[in-house]
Design a protein around this ligand. Structure first.
Ligand code: ZN
Ligand code: FE
Length: 255
């Protein structure tokens, strides 16, 4: 059995995702960034929404929950730690939880950092994952609530997934991230190539998402604090990975 994934841009720079299982007639939306756009796609496809999988509580991720729930009666799944601020939450999940979407498992991992209750969803059979605002192509989420230590631990969990894992993140930030990444890791040829590709895709109005974990491990400075080139650049040869990560995050915040 395969699932169909529809990716669509919405709001200013968000990506929304609808996942459909035709055998079981299930449809989930990952987050609820723009309920009007989501409703329109559901209508065009003739699908009815059965679930919302929330990654975190920010308005551009959970702001459409109640409207979609009142229209469809869908079940809302979100982080137990954020239950108090995920509108309409029905099922609370946390680290290591697993539930079924049709006949395939979905794995939940907690990735605090961007927010304290941030979670990510992975479909290991299809090798796809929905990472919200934790990992972006060539970037990572801003630390609105968590510490660098928490975010670094969260990213390390993601780094353990197979390299082929498709990473569906929640924003098209890649081109902006690429400009920063080049200042941190200018000699990285994989990064240079990816930046060219990103410029080309964006000039054609095309998405740079999904990316793969393997590509991010080679190009995303936030996954590469061990890189000697980056350490030399930052004059942090003897620092820990976590310290280098924290410094890259600080530099990006002021970029
Ligand atoms: Zn967010
Ligand atoms: Fe967001």
């Amino acid at each position: 059995m395969t699932i169909e994934i529809i990716q669509f841009p919405c709001l200013e720079d968000n990506y929304g995702y609808l996942i459909h299982d035709s055998e079981e007639n299930l449809t989930v939306t990952v987050d609820s960034p723009d309920p009007v756009v989501i409703q329109q796609i559901l209508q065009d496809k003739g699908w009815s929404l059965t679930h919302i999988l929330n990654t975190h509580h920010h308005w551009d991720h959970a702001g459409g929950n109640l409207e979609l729930k009142s229209l469809s009666g869908c079940t809302i799944i979100g982080s137990a730690k954020d239950a108090h601020r995920i509108p309409g939450i029905d099922i609370q999940v946390g680290e290591g939880d697993q539930f079924m979407f049709g006949n395939q498992p979905v794995l939940v991992q907690e990735t605090p950092g961007h927010t304290l209750g941030h979670i990510v969803y992975r479909f290991p059979v299809e090798n796809v994952s929905f990472v919200g605002d934790t990992l972006f192509s060539l970037g990572c989420g801003r630390l609105f609530e968590g510490t660098p230590n928490q975010m670094w631990n969260s990213l390390q969990k993601i780094k353990h997934w197979p390299d082929e894992t498709l990473i569906y993140c929640a924003h098209e930030y890649t081109q902006e991230n690429a400009r920063f990444a080049l200042t941190i890791d200018p000699e990285n040829q994989d990064l240079q190539l990816r930046c060219k590709e990103v410029d080309q895709l964006r000039s054609q109005g095309r998405a740079t998402v999904p990316t793969t974990l393997g590509l991010e491990k080679k190009t995303n400075p936030f996954l590469r604090p061990h890189s000697l080139a980056i350490r030399k650049m930052l004059d942090m040869m003897d620092a820990s990975d976590e310290e280098v990560f924290a410094q890259i995050r600080r530099l990006k915040d002021n970029f």
